[in-house]
Write a protein that binds this ligand. Structure first.
Ligand code: UDP
Length: 345
């Protein structure tokens, strides 16, 4: 297939592109590099630098494309609370711009990298797809709003769309890993302490109603997410016009303390931890049921043990101590062979 991966220079996007290229697909990445990295563009993929709000650039990138994976979004809860306008602009208005450009180009197959934040505070866990969606922050609200737009485009314009909802992503491939600025996620912060870049990990609350008192989260390996994206892209080829929603998760979850302990085992470092007060808006347990994805997409996570996720993230860190910062900025990065499209800024 000829695929366009919007937001393909980010953490989830770039690892998915690696998988698509391996599977023999022809991949173009469309990314404004606002949080993605030029050096994350895998060998064999083409990069077009552009913004999803830029209809003419999108139109050119969509020429001849069979299907689109949309991973371009702002994704920090705290930032969304402080600046909701940014989230509506990028996640909703930007997304609708993509849908309109797809419609104009006659491209109707779409997979969306969504979030389980659309559920808000779940009434029960594991969460199923039909459970109530009631986001508690602009991040979840804007992702859900875009799912709504996908649904109506499916009805009006025969889109075959799939939305994948998941919580926490961890791990790395050899080439690509997690490098955010600022970093707010648990696994990379814990590994920063292991690397001696911070003195201790803060554990946000140990008085939750869970076995060890810390929050439980559903982590999936970024490689398993990449496989899910590929299966979903294939599935849009067979489906009738519709929006289908699938949760991706481990169904069990790991506690914050378990993550810290796994990192101590994997790295052999002490990793001091201090319990501090709860972070606002953190529900005690967030775990999704992925039964539907397993049954209908044939997805089976193969790398999502805590040990594997933490050790792959650690290996990537060890190989890239400064993340992507050390990569040359000539468009080849550490991945000689990645191509930057002519005309890209
Ligand atoms: N967390 C923590 N210390 C940190 C960062 C996160 O205790 O320095 C906790 C956080 O409260 C949550 C879990 O780790 O319970 C996962 O948080 P993260 O920000 O990685 O992802 P989220 O679940 O918010 O998407």
């Amino acid at each position: 297939m000829k695929l366009l991966v919007v937001g393909g220079a980010g953490y989830v996007g770039s690892t998915s592109v690696e998988r698509f290229v391996e599977a023999g697909h022809e991949v173009t990445i469309f990314d404004n590099l606002s949080s993605g990295h030029r050096a994350a563009v895998p060998r064999g993929a083409r990069l077009v630098i552009g913004d999803i709000a830029d209809g003419s650039r999108l139109a050119a990138a969509l020429d001849g494309v069979d299907a689109v994976l949309h991973c371009a979004a702002r994704s920090l809860v705290g930032e969304s609370m402080a600046d909701p306008g940014l989230y509506y602009r990028v996640n909703v208005a930007g997304g609708v711009s993509l849908l309109e450009s797809m419609r104009a180009a006659g491209v109707t197959r779409l997979v969306y990298s969504s979030t389980a934040a659309v559920y808000g505070e779940p009434r029960r866990v594991p969460i199923a797809e039909a459970d109530r969606t009631q986001p508690i922050n602009p991040y979840g609200e804007t992702k859900l709003a875009f799912e709504g737009a996908m649904r109506w485009f499916s009805a009006a314009h025969d889109f075959r769309a799939i939305s994948l909802r998941y919580f926490n992503v961890a791990g790395a491939t050899e080439m690509n890993g997690e490098d955010h600025d600022p970093e707010t996620h648990l696994v990379p912060l814990v590994l920063r302490v292991a690397a001696g870049e911070a003195t201790h990990v803060q554990i946000f609350g140990q008085d939750y109603p869970t076995p060890d008192g810390t929050c439980i989260r559903d982590f999936i390996h970024v490689r398993d997410l990449a496989s899910a994206h590929l299966l979903a892209l294939d599935a849009t080829g067979e489906a009738d016009p519709s929006l289908e929603v699938y949760n991706l998760g481990s169904a069990a979850g790991f506690s914050v303390r378990e993550v810290v302990e796994a990192a101590r085992r994997v790295t052999g470092r002490a990793i001091p931890a201090r319990v501090v007060k709860r972070r606002t808006g953190d529900p005690p347990v967030l775990v999704a049921s992925s039964r539907r994805a397993r049954r209908e997409l044939g997805w089976a996570p193969a790398h999502s043990t805590l040990e594997q996720m933490v050790s792959d993230a650690w290996a990537w860190r060890e190989a890239h101590p400064n993340g992507y910062a050390d990569a040359p900025s000539d468009g080849t990065g550490p991945v000689a062979g990645a191509r930057v499209a002519a005309g890209a800024r």
